[in-house]
Design a protein around this ligand. Structure first.
Ligand code: ATP
Ligand code: MG
Length: 139
């Protein structure tokens, strides 16, 4: 069965306060349109994904930003959060299968936390030139 998504929010966030603003906005919006989503879980997920955009892509530059979109399939009671960064990254999101391979590193666990809070997640690297990353999660 394919999902029937309706977009109910779209916003670009700018420095300073990108993570805080995106978190507040997403939690506020989802309260009305996706009441089954745990706001504490959503806060964590938005924080990790938007922080990744800032840390790993051109969104972290002074003139950068992060796009956040919210979709809902009310019949299936699923919300989709999409975070689009400014690209130009040397890496792409490593969605862990297991927590193996991280060893003693002090970072590299954010997406493992996210994966444990969402039903499904994935990403696309769009545009050959800018290589911006569109990462989605379903909750
Ligand atoms: N938006 C992104 N663009 C490019 N690479 C990314 C992006 N998000 C994540 N990555 C890559 O995926 C890896 C895993 O992300 P993850 O959030 O789990 O770890 P981290 O950000 O390095 O550390 P932390 O534990 O503080 O979150 C990152 O180290 C980075 O190489
Ligand atoms: Mg991270």
């Amino acid at each position: 069965m394919s999902a029937h998504w309706t977009m109910f929010g779209e916003m670009r966030f700018f420095h300073p306060g990108i993570v805080r603003d995106a978190r507040r906005w997403a939690v506020g919006k989802s309260r009305d349109r996706a009441a089954w989503v745990d706001p504490d879980d959503l806060e964590l997920v938005v924080s990790e994904l938007v922080t990744n955009a800032l840390r790993h892509s051109a969104s972290g530059y002074n003139d950068g930003g992060v796009d956040v979109r919210l979709f809902v399939d009310p019949a299936a009671r699923v919300m989709r959060l999409v975070v689009v960064d400014d690209g130009h990254a040397a890496t792409k999101p490593e969605i862990p299968v297991r927590s193996w391979g991280i060893g003693d590193a002090t970072s590299g666990r954010g997406l493992l936390i996210v994966k444990n809070l969402v039903r499904d997640m994935g990403f696309t690297i769009a545009s050959a030139r800018d290589r911006f990353c569109l990462l989605w999660v379903e909750m």
